[in-house]
Write a protein that binds this ligand. Structure first.
Ligand code: PLP
Length: 382
């Protein structure tokens, strides 16, 4: 067995999601708040565009970097919406943001390089660093400080092997959105230590209370060190389509292109043509965000009123990070307890690294009635 796979287990969120689906198929009475998969249908005009693309024969191998019209449209979006000056040459289209992040980590890191991960963080970053032979350096952000990231904290984990910092805002699982001053701290550390920065912005359009996403690649002085990751999955309810992208300095996209061309040849051609239509679906995307905000408000109010349950109001993404005070139970035991006693599936916090020990992640990309049922069951079992 390849030693790089030592100690890597399957994604916890995927595992818990699959478990919930299996239990439902077996006829068990289960409410799942586990997966990060919107319950909305992909907007109709994107589905129609897919049918047209297939009917008109867009069913072949295509440019490994992504079809030109899509790369040009993504570059235009990044310029106008995110303030990133780029061209189609900086864009690589991938089957999902997950693969784009993996390619970027593989391109940047050599064996022994350290990858800084403020935690709790998305489950796959650590595994990706390990697969590249690098060393993930997870460090906890303080929940009592609303997970604020400071320059001093970042500095305290920098060594001469630090190569890459990965930031995800809006954040899975905490729902935090970095402020302008936190981004200034990141900018300063990236510049001072000549690090690479991966900015995972897959939840950029799921952001609440009028906040705005900041893209660090718009800072001219760190632009050549920043890889922006984005996806159609969450913004347009297109998780199953598997389409995302990166925007990076050309030499990084070229290194990623090399790998992609050998590993998968290209992203599905017809899916890329359909994805072009997503840029005409901002209204639908905003409506989904408004509904997520309504669900957030409901869940925050209900869960925070339960004895021993502490929550931090999410500022973006569609997850509620819940701290549960219980002397004898860690996060896995808490998740099993909720599953067995209430039939509610959640994801244990320790899957997200440091700071998740007594926590659970509840996803609110499920229908309002599912959320109400989950709350009813949790109240009953308490
Ligand atoms: N990044 C984060 C923070 C995520 O939560 C996810 C999916 O859950 C991804 C990336 C992967 O997105 P995609 O479906 O585009 O691969």
């Amino acid at each position: 067995m390849n030693k790089l796979l030592d100690g890597i287990s399957a994604s916890a969120t995927v595992a818990f999601n699959n478990m919930a689906k299996k239990m439902k198929q077996e006829g068990k009475s289960i409410v799942s708040l586990a997966g990060g998969d919107p319950d909305f249908e992909t907007p109709k005009r994107i589905r129609d565009a897919l049918s047209s693309a297939v009917s008109s024969g867009k069913t072949h191998y295509c440019d490994s970097r992504g079809i030109t019209p899509l790369r040009e449209r993504i570059a235009l979006k990044l310029k106008t919406e995110n303030g990133i000056s780029c061209t189609a040459d900086n864009i690589l289209v991938t089957p999902g943001a997950k693969y784009a992040i993996y390619l970027a980590v593989m391109s940047i890191c050599s064996a022994g390089d350290e990858v800084l991960l403020p935690q709790p963080s998305w489950v796959s970053y650590e595994a990706m660093a390990r697969l590249a032979g690098a060393v993930p350096v997870g460090f906890p952000l303080s929940a009592s400080d609303n997970f604020i990231l400071t320059e001093a904290l970042l500095e305290s984990y920098i060594t001469e092997r630090t190569r890459l910092l990965i930031i995800n805002s809006p954040n899975n699982p905490t729902g935090r959105v970095l402020t302008a001053s936190e981004w200034e701290a990141v900018r300063s550390v990236v510049k001072k230590h000549d690090l690479y920065l991966i900015s995972d912005e897959v939840y950029e359009k799921i952001i609440f209370d009028g906040r705005k996403n900041i893209s660090p690649a718009s800072f001219e002085d760190i632009k050549t060190k920043t890889i922006t990751i984005n996806s159609f999955s969450k913004s347009y309810a297109m998780t199953g389509w598997r389409i995302g992208y990166m925007c990076a300095p050309k030499f990084v996209t070229e290194l990623c292109y090399l790998q992609l061309s050998h590993e998968i040849s290209c992203t599905n051609e017809f899916v890329q043509y359909a994805a072009l239509e997503a840029f005409n679906c901002e209204e639908e995307s905003a409506a989904m965000c408004a509904e997520y905000e309504r669900r957030r408000d409901y869940l925050v109010q209900e869960i925070s009123s339960l004895p021993g349950f502490k929550v931090i109001k999410p500022e973006g993404a569609f997850y509620l990070w819940v701290h549960i005070e219980h002397e004898n139970m860690d996060s896995s035991a808490l998740a099993m307890w909720l599953l067995e006693k209430a039939g509610v599936v959640t994801v244990p916090g320790d899957a997200f690294g440091k700071g998740g020990e007594k926590c659970l992640r509840l996803c609110f990309a499920y229908s309002f009635s599912d959320l109400e049922e989950a709350v009813r069951r949790i109240k009953k079992c308490l």
